[in-house]
Design a binder for this molecule. Structure first.
Ligand SMILES: NC(=O)C1=CN([C@@H]2O[C@H](COP(=O)(O)OP(=O)(O)OC[C@H]3O[C@@H](n4cnc5c(N)ncnc54)[C@H](O)[C@@H]3O)[C@@H](O)[C@H]2O)C=CC1
Ligand SMILES: O=C(O)[C@H]1O[C@H](OP(=O)(O)OP(=O)(O)OC[C@H]2O[C@@H](n3ccc(=O)[nH]c3=O)[C@H](O)[C@@H]2O)[C@H](O)[C@@H](O)[C@@H]1O
Length: 436
């Protein structure tokens, strides 16, 4: 099948690469010239495990191409995925200007039938607005078109695996024609037994926001339990394991820590609160979810101040800047608030992340008290404390004897519960983690 993907970000690029890898012919439209220039040279502008190799393979075999010309994208195929950004806008509402712009551009270039598929996360009933916009801007009003909702559930860091092995595929359609195209598109998945749910577009849009908000709520819930564990001397991991064995609860997303970040949970929870509000409902549960999440970063900073007494002039090593492991994405990462505050307090910070340092440097350029190191152990020389903010595997597998040897003081403040407290104590560390 021929497919057009608009927007080559984390979702668009993975969608384009995976559909190409499944044998489709894909044209990906990206308006940012620096990204496009890289893509045309076969270089992924983002880090996502396996993505570069997949892109290169499919470029070589002629199944994927890139352009910045939307008219080319509209001409190329009848199936157009909208994978543009829907960032947080004013008052926490989703900013839909990229969706509106792309819908308008598609309409202005349409000369025959198109199926426009929202893959971006959008508020319920956005498909109505996309339809209205296309109807307004289309030149030939007799041209038929459909709008479908096909939310994406991939996680950064395991995006290709998630896309290729979905728990479910959700497709919201209004016409038989659209349903048939979507079923054909996802046949390689349904043939392997992955479930495909056909719903209305409104239900599909809601499923996405409801799922993300539920997962965020699960994280805030376990973080509250972690606080309780600290008060009563229980271990949050034991509690989470004990809860997780119950199939109705499940162990996933019960990892306590410094809270969720990333480009989606924070903005999607906010947007869902606003969506409810727009329909006269007070989603207090999600407001609390958000409040708990925000307080995690402050709590971690308070812990640092409690342990070090004064952060000023202390040498602090920071391991992990990305909002989660296996990505270079730092959008809404807890590291941002933590580094900003420690910088304000006058600490000397030596930062390390396997993939996210380039992005972090844009926000925090190197200066007298902020430096970046290429080797995680170099961050530790004469350090008064080590902070762990992202649970990359290389931190889990660190040579702890070497860590201790390099540091001035063997203090580790771990925001992601990477190590076993008993083992750390035996090794002579002063070790602080979450909920244990
Ligand atoms: N990042 C993630 O893990 C997931 C994101 N989503 C949702 O998918 C959507 C996209 O997210 P990301 O890929 O993270 O965003 P992103 O910001 O990384 O990518 C969006 C891309 O679209 C491009 N773009 C915008 N308007 C365009 C236009 N008119 N023509 C051509 N290119 C255009 C932008 O330049 C940008 O490169 C959002 O709604 C997000 O909530 C859903 C599931 C997972
Ligand atoms: O809509 C989206 O963009 C995506 O949002 C999340 O994916 P993502 O943000 O990429 O990564 P997650 O693995 O969900 O982690 C999000 C944040 O929650 C934190 N987290 C996750 C799990 C956990 O148990 N505890 C916890 O603090 C992570 O550290 C991270 O900061 C969802 O998991 C995806 O299903 C969804 O498609």
């Amino acid at each position: 099948m021929k497919i057009t993907v608009i927007g080559a970000g984390y979702v668009g690029l993975v969608t384009a690469a995976c559909f190409a890898d499944l044998g489709n012919e894909v044209l990906c439209v990206e308006k940012v010239s620096s990204k496009l220039e890289k893509l045309c040279r076969g270089i992924s502008p983002i880090y996502e495990p396996g993505l570069s190799e997949m892109l290169q393979r499919n470029i070589k075999e002629g199944r994927i191409q890139f352009t910045d010309r939307i008219e080319e994208g509209v001409r190329f195929s009848d199936v157009i995925f909208l994978c543009v950004g829907t960032p947080q806008g004013e008052d926490g509402k989703a900013d839909l200007s990229q969706v509106e712009e792309a819908s308008r551009q598609i309409a202005q270039n349409m000369t025959d039938y198109k199926l426009i598929i929202e893959k971006s996360t959008v508020p319920v009933n956005t498909h109505q607005w996309v339809k209205k916009t296309v109807k307004r801007y289309i030149k030939d009003k007799s041209i038929d078109f459909d709008v479908a909702s096909n939310p994406e559930f991939l996680r950064e860091g395991s995006a290709i695996y998630d896309f290729m092995n979905p728990d479910r595929i959700v497709v919201g359609v209004e016409s038989e024609r659209a349903r048939k195209i979507m079923e054909e598109l996802y046949r390689p998945f349904t043939e392997k037994g992955f479930p495909l749910l056909i719903t209305t577009p409104a239900a599909a849009e809601l499923i996405k926001h409801a799922s993300n908000s539920f997962l965020a709520m699960k994280i805030s819930y376990i973080n509250m339990i972690a606080d309780l564990c600290e008060k009563v001397g229980a271990d949050i991991n034991e509690v989470a394991d004990g809860m997780g064995y119950d199939k109705r609860i499940g162990r996933d997303f019960l990892n306590a820590g410094i809270g969720y970040g990333g480009s989606c949970f924070p903005k999607d929870v906010q947007a869902f609160i606003k969506i409810a509000e727009d329909h006269g409902l007070d989603f207090g549960l999600l407001k609390e979810t958000e409040k708990i999440n925000r307080s995690r970063r402050r709590k971690f900073l308070d812990r640092i101040e409690d342990v070090l007494w004064i952060s000023k002039d202390k040498n602090i090593a920071v391991w992990g800047l990305a909002f989660k492991p296996n990505t270079d994405d730092i959008r809404e990462a807890p590291s941002i608030d933590i580094v900003r505050e420690l910088d304000r307090l006058g600490a000397n910070l030596r930062l390390y992340d396997p993939k996210a340092m380039e992005n972090f440097r844009y926000l925090f350029p190197e200066k007298e008290n902020i430096s970046y190191v290429e080797d995680m152990y170099d961050a530790l020389k004469d350090a008064d404390a080590l902070l762990i903010i992202t649970e990359w595997d290389q931190f889990k597998n660190a040579d702890l004897d070497r860590v201790k040897q390099l540091m001035r003081l063997p203090i580790v403040i771990d925001g992601r519960n990477v190590y076993d407290p008993k083992m750390m104590k035996e090794k002579g560390f002063e070790y602080y983690s979450i909920g244990r």
